[in-house]
Ligand binder design. Sequence first.
Ligand code: ZN
Length: 274
Amino acid sequence: MTELPQAKVFIEGRYRKLTRDLPQTVFFCPKCKGHPRRRKKCEECEGFGKLTRDSVQELIGWVMGAALKTRKNKFHGAGREDINVRMLGRGRPFVVEFINPKVLTVDLAALEAEINRRNDGRLELEGLHWSEKGRVRVLKEMQNAKEYAMLIEVDGQPEPGVFEGLVGKRFDLEQKTPQRVAHRRADLVRERWLEVLSVQPTDEPSRWKMNVRTQHGTYVKEAITGDEGGTTPSITQVVGLPCSCLELDVLEILDAEGESIPVRSAPASFGQGV
Ligand SMILES: [Zn+2]
C-alpha cells in the first residue's frame, strides 16, 4: 500500500516571551523522553513526560491545532533562547508546520488575538501569516547578531569607572565550547565579537545593567563569566573581578552585521485553501 503524501501548512510570525519559565519547544523529560509507556514509571518526571507545563510551541500549537484540526506540528525558530531568557523587542521569527490539517479556512488574525489573550504576560505573537516550506531553511540558516540586556553581578569592589569605561568598546572574543553545551557541540575555538552599548549602575552596588550587541553564535553568558578561561577576553577579565549574568533578555534579533531586519509579513488572508 502506498502512503499518500502528507498535507502540510506553514504559518509564520514572531514571538515575544515575557517570562523566564518558558522553553521554546516541548521540554521532554531527558530520561523517558516523554514516551507514553516508559514515562509511567519514570522517577525524573513522575509520569508527566515533560519538565515544564508548557512551551512556546505548545501555547501556539494548542490554539492553532484546534482550529486546523490536527495535533501534529513542528516548530522552527530562527535560533532559540534559554528557558530563563526573555525574548523582547520585535520578537523572534518562527514558522510552525502543521501536518494533515482538516480545516484550512482559519482566521490567523483571530488566532493570534486568541493566543495573546490566553497568555497575557507570558507570550505575545505578532504578524501571523501563511508561509511556505522554503522559509524553514531560511530561518534556520539566518546569521543573526543580537542585542541583549543583562543584569550583571560583580563579586567584589571594582575600580571606580571600570564599568562605565566599557561603553563603546568592542571585544574580539575567542570562545571554546562551554561545558554546558559540550555534549552536543563540537569542541572548538570560535572567534566572535561583542560590543558594549551601555552600562548603568543599579540600587545594589554589586549589580550593573549592561546592554551589548553580539555576533551570531556568541555564548553571551560565558563572555561575562569568562567560563574559567574558556572565553577570552571576558568582562570578568577586563573588570578584574568575577562577574556573572543574573538575568538576560534578548532585545533584538539583527542581521549578520548587527543592523535591523525589515519585518516580513503578508496579508493574513494569503494562502486560503492551500
Ligand atoms: Zn520522565
